[in-house]
Design a protein around this ligand. Structure first.
Ligand SMILES: [Zn+2]
Length: 217
């Protein structure tokens, strides 16, 4: 069995284990539109690991795996769009403009963190709600993703926080909008974890399943 096949089998197991999540009973349209925004790109590398692996590449790699798994495991249950499919720099305005044009139900910006304190670790989720509904939806989406990353993958949970990021502010006030900091590239173990292909598949699957759970599909 090839490594890719082994990964797919492993992921299938994870899917079945976690389909026991209770549905939240939300009544949403079929094939909801989800925009995934791989942070940074092009000349903006974002954070880097000690051995030079860039946040922009990790973010794109995980986002691309979400698209792949949505196709292979869930028959494109979600209508997924990325703000960038290659290593290019897209303006923050264009990223949110895409979500607006598509009338996206969900907008998720993917990032990795770094800190001067090299022991800092874990996921952080940021929201910047412009309405009560958006606050509830975004916090619930963020909480669901973060719980999955912690409970299933064992990543330290630093909570859902308020963050004044343009890529959050620029969205409409109706969709669930979150910015994920998946872990710290400045922390050795997390940097190794986040740059591994297998871990990226696992993270992608948890994000995808969390979106599906959030939507009650
Ligand atoms: Zn970033």
């Amino acid at each position: 069995m090839s490594t890719l096949n082994q990964i797919i089998v492993l992921l299938f197991c994870l899917v079945f284990l976690n389909l026991s999540y209770a549905q939240n009973g939300k009544d949403k349209a079929i094939n909801p539109i989800v925009v995934i925004d791989p942070g940074h790109g092009g000349k903006d590398a974002g954070a880097t690991t000690r051995n030079g692996i860039k946040e922009k590449d990790i973010a794109l790699s995980i986002a691309s795996k979400i698209v792949l798994l949505n196709d292979k495991l869930f028959e494109n249950l979600l209508e997924l769009f990325l703000t960038r499919y290659t290593d290019t720099l897209i303006s923050l305005g264009d990223r949110t403009q895409l979500a607006k044009k598509l009338k996206a139900d969900i907008f998720i910006s993917i990032h990795c963190n770094q800190a001067i304190n090299r022991t800092a670790s874990g996921t952080e989720v940021f929201i910047h709600p412009k309405s009560e509904v958006q606050a509830e939806e975004s916090a619930y989406l963020g909480f669901t993703i973060q719980k999955g990353l912690t409970d299933i993958l064992g990543i330290n949970n630093r909570g859902v926080k308020y963050g004044n990021f343009q890529v959050l502010r620029g969205n409409d006030n109706s969709n669930a909008t979150v910015l994920l900091e998946l872990g710290f590239l400045s922390q050795t173990d997390e940097a190794i974890y986040l740059t591994k292909e297998k871990s990226q598949y696992a993270i992608a699957l948890v994000i995808l399943q969390s979106i599906i759970k959030f939507l009650g599909l």
